[in-house]
Design a binder for this molecule. Sequence first.
Ligand SMILES: [Zn+2]
Length: 234
Amino acid sequence: MLDAIRALLILQDRDRRLLAIAKDLEKIPQEEARAKSKLAGDEAAVKKAHDELMEAGLRVKKAELDAQTRRTTITRLKMQQFETRKNDEFQAIKHEITRYEAELDAFETKELEAMEEVDQFRIKFNQAEAALAITKGLVNEDLARISERKARDEAERKELVEERTKLAAGISDQILPLYERLMRSKDGLALAPLNEGKCGGCHMKLIASTVINVQSEQQITRCEDCGRILYVEG
Ligand SMILES: [Zn+2]
């Protein structure tokens, strides 16, 4: 194998690893966003449970307040009833008291029902919070894994860039620009192996003289179709 080809293959290997790292790093912000988005459902469930709990709490307070005003009214009416001397007025007040006592009874029932709801919603809220905590743990694990991968990628990239700079310095000025142009234009593959008379890059059948040139390993030979630098494997 030509020394120049051997050197270019090593360079291409490092460049392809750098491309793969760049591609991986590009995906990371999206993966982080996707991991975080897993929290949205559980956070909404916690908010809903919290709102329901607060509303039930307000219903307890309102029923308690309504009951309390009836109790005050009943106390006042009983006082009036006690003070009156007129029988018809006494009967009227008695009738009023009965009506208010029925209302009081209804509000007390309502208050008890709302208190039971508070208990139910508190259980639901606690469950939703527990579920969120579990999801948060998983999401944090995901984020930690992603961040470790990012750090690994960056460290590897740094090493590869240093190595690549040294390798590129050892390649002739006549070949390096061609190689770099091909890397950019040919999807990160500047060199292609000769494969049963075909170019391993574009898979087109090569003309006989090209095949002979590649096999003789005397000079840089390019695929007449895609322009990639050809080499004999092994
Ligand atoms: Zn080709």
